[in-house]
Design a protein. Sequence first.
Length: 233
Amino acid sequence: MKTVKVLCGMNTVKQEQPLLLEIEEQLQSKDMALSVEELKSKAEAEYAVYRETDSGLFFIPERCFFQNAYQAKELAALRDIRKVRIVATVDRSHYGTAYMSALYAAGILDAVFEDEADARRITDLLLCGRNRRECRDYYGIHSMKDAVSVLRIMEEDTAERYIRYISSGMDAEEMLSRYREIEKKLNFIENCCLAERLPEGVLEEIRDEAGLDRYDSVEQNSSKRGRMQVIRR
């Protein structure tokens, strides 16, 4: 039986109890279970994610640690520990802001604003999440540049090293294999950055097989428009 794990501070779990009970009822009707971890700190939450498998499902309220609410980059960091699915409830004031862009950039596509966070909506998101277009609409993200400006996390030397490694493949098959090897190590925004920086010669060899269209910020790559910035040190 699939289990949804709730990460909640020990001093806030009671205030979330009514919603959690409703979510549990919804999940039980879908042959799923709910498990609540009462935690003392965000560090304990990180360890809970670390113990999980990549197919894990988590529900995390933004304010689950009372006056120490989650910042967007802290939620994003949980996805760096392990690529779990996270449904978070967040304040409506974050709509269209860097907060939501950071969640999007980290691959957290299923956050729900607190004023809409009823049990049925949360359960639906846990069972069947949004696609990226739906997520951008809900979060108020109007362009990929909004998200990229928040997490410019691929440094110049790292990007160039990856590109040299991929480009030095002997043929299209080896370049594709090397690209896929690197792709697995990166999050969505990092992959967008990498894909936009690949030389045209490499793109011609691997474009179709690599599925680069999933990184929708590279739709206009061939015209060289809208290149993402990388950190220079």
